[in-house]
Design a protein around this ligand. Sequence first.
Ligand code: SAH
Ligand code: TMP
Ligand code: ZN
Length: 404
Amino acid sequence: MTNCRICNAPLNEFIDFGRMPIANGFLAPEQTDSEYFFGLRVGFCAACNMVQLIEQPERERMFNENYAYFSSISVRMEQHFKAFADMVLRDYLGGDPFVVELGSNDGIMLHNFVDAGIRHLGVEPSQNVAEAARSRGVNTICSFFDEALAGEIKAQNGPADAILAANVMCHIPYLHSVAAGMKSLLKPEGVVIFEDPYLGDIIENTAYDQIYDEHVFYFSVSSVACLFEQHGMEVVDVLPQHTHGGSMRYVIAQKGKRAVSPAVAEQKRKEARLGLDRLETFHRFRSEVEASRDALKAVLQGLKAEGRRVVGYGATSKSTTVTVYCGITPELVEFISDTTPSKQGKLSPGAHIPVRPYADFAAAPPDVALLFAWNHGEEIMEKEAAFRREGGKWLRYVPKVEIL
Ligand code: SAH
Ligand code: TMP
Ligand code: ZN
């Protein structure tokens, strides 16, 4: 795959992270021999500005009955999705409303529509998280969303007022099928509202750990506009979000059906100022990523030489890119603390650092906690005020390598 998935122009590869495992593929110790690896390389399309993986593993390797990410693990994200749902309930529903969500995971967003008594349907291919959603009363079908599925949903339920997606559009390589399905499933006045980590924030913060197998696309307003224009739809509003280290929410409508907010053109101008439309920006990003890697490795080696204990905080999917790319081994980071039961007792993908329950962190706090879950940094630092008070330090690497 060397051509753009959105406009078919040739891609310009600008960074190669080397062989990478499945980012959420936490392993039992006996599974390490058969671990799957692929080449994590990223390209920029100068024609439509879409940044994307050159190669992505097949979807069933990532999204299946063992999917490790349960959205509701974060209190802040629960609050975020309640506010998202409230906005939809207030501004975007017509008569006999029907709401569809892609990648509804454990029901973190849709349970708010259950509570409001709104007809809804979650589309979630990973069986274990889909079951978790059903057990809280969220209607969920266990499938991958695409044009064919959209047709079935419409035949059974009628058209949708709102199609929602958070942190999932950027996971789907076949976006033309998804956009075509959305167009046919939407009511004439309906909206698609989705949000994903924003390319501008990734570049500005050198947040290279957002790059891993699941994230096939790194969106900007101009690249998203290019996709939907090809399907008779348009971006009518954009709303920056603080989640996941900086995300963008896009509101998409059938072309000509809704007023376009001035925020759309304003954000496109900002993107041009940031250079998100120029290959040289991404070459500069690569140099910054390499410098960040070297700095983090040097700090960890220094801490080891001083005999300090370092423990990772949050076995995020992002941490797979960091640990493997920077060569962070169990000699440098003793274990990773994580509150997700399905990750505990396993080894981190690729680097094979043990993942242990939070109780192990609390029982014997390390000298330094390496903040892999930096996107939940505020929530975590608040919770861990005692760790700091008692002399513990945080090591983070986004936006830059520093000890706090
Ligand atoms: N929306 C949640 C979950 C994001 S994780 C949140 O923001 O926290 C991405 C989810 O998308 C996973 O649960 C994955 O199984 C699902 N997914 C992947 N491909 C999909 C597709 N084609 N259609 C619908 N969901 C998909
Ligand atoms: P995410 O960055 O993909 O949202 O994943 C966050 C991971 O961090 C998830 O595995 C849960 C874990 N975590 C903790 O262990 N403690 C916490 O306080 C928070 C917020 C997350
Ligand atoms: Zn393109």
